[in-house]
Design a protein around this ligand. Structure first.
Ligand SMILES: [Zn+2]
Length: 289
């Protein structure tokens, strides 16, 4: 479709937007799509994962720093607006952060849905990106994004639900990020070995094949060749969370471009006819006047 196109990505923490679908956001933003983002929490329960940033004063200012990092990453990716929901990061299961009264996982579900409905009715996105139920990374905040995200899409279209939250809006399609697939890491692993680069994925692939978790269905594959450098730059902007010497950057952009220049998605919902596999998230959506 041409004309006015709008995309909304719903994420749990600052940095999730740069590790899942960042190339897609950058590509669509560069094509004139309005790209907006919901960040549900401040990410304040995260550890400082970059040794360079593990210094006095950083932990105390973590919420503020992570907010700034997200703003920087979003300006790199071309995101027009960040909708902060302002919940507290719930931390990993079983940690004291789970019990904090402001934790995202403790907020009333209906209230979370209402707030997402308000954002959807304001942004009027054609396409919403969110999380499938996480497998192998059962972060309570990611589970919440999964559950409340799809519920909010349906509620936003229903004039009987949350009438105080704006004019109803029917989202055309919802996709789940299918980023961390066995197939993608296998291809990158083999490309690294063929190029004589130490692959950081050997153990991960071994573990996954032992666990036998099937890859998600891929319904859409977006070519982000020309935006891989922005994805890398956005990830690096999350200096407290992302170690520049970590496996995130083990495979150079040029090699990723040759071996696996795509970001993959599973279609979760569609109000328009679809014909997967797709190479455009807006396929089948009629242009707006
Ligand atoms: Zn997260």
């Amino acid at each position: 479709m041409s004309g006015s196109r709008r995309l909304l990505a719903i994420h749990a923490h600052p940095d999730d937007e740069s590790s899942k679908g960042a190339g897609t956001m950058a590509r669509y933003a560069s094509e004139g799509v309005r790209v907006a983002l919901v960040c549900c929490t401040g990410g304040e329960a995260g550890d400082i994962l970059n040794p360079r940033m593990d210094r006095p004063g950083v932990k105390e200012r973590l919420a503020e720093l992570r907010r700034e990092e997200l703003e920087t990453a979003c300006s790199i990716l071309g995101v027009s607006r960040i909708h902060w929901l302002g919940y507290r990061d719930s931390g990993m299961p079983g940690t004291p952060d789970n019990a904090h009264p402001d934790a995202f996982c403790n907020a009333p579900f209906d209230r979370v849905v209402a707030r997402l409905v308000r954002v959807i009715r304001e942004e009027r996105p054609h396409v919403v990106l969110g999380y499938d139920h996480p497998v192998g990374y059962e972060h309570p905040d990611h589970i919440r994004v999964h559950e409340a995200g799809l519920e909010a899409v349906h509620a936003a279209a229903d004039p009987d639900r949350y009438p105080e939250a704006g004019v109803p809006w029917q989202v055309a399609k919802v996709y789940y990020f299918a980023t961390f697939t066995y197939e993608r890491f296998r291809v990158l692993h083999e490309a690294a070995l063929a190029a004589g680069i130490a692959s950081p994925y050997e153990e991960r692939l071994q573990r996954w094949s032992e666990q036998g978790v099937p890859d998600p269905r891929i319904d859409a594959r977006i070519d982000v060749s020309d935006h891989l450098h922005l994805r890398t730059k956005a990830l690096l902007a999350h200096a407290t969370q992302i170690d520049p010497d970590s496996s995130w950057f083990a495979i150079p952009d040029e090699l990723q471009r040759e071996a696996y220049p795509w970001e993959d998605y599973t279609l979760a919902f569609s109000a328009v006819p679809v014909d997967p596999p797709e190479d455009d998230l807006f396929a089948g959506i009629e242009p707006e006047a």
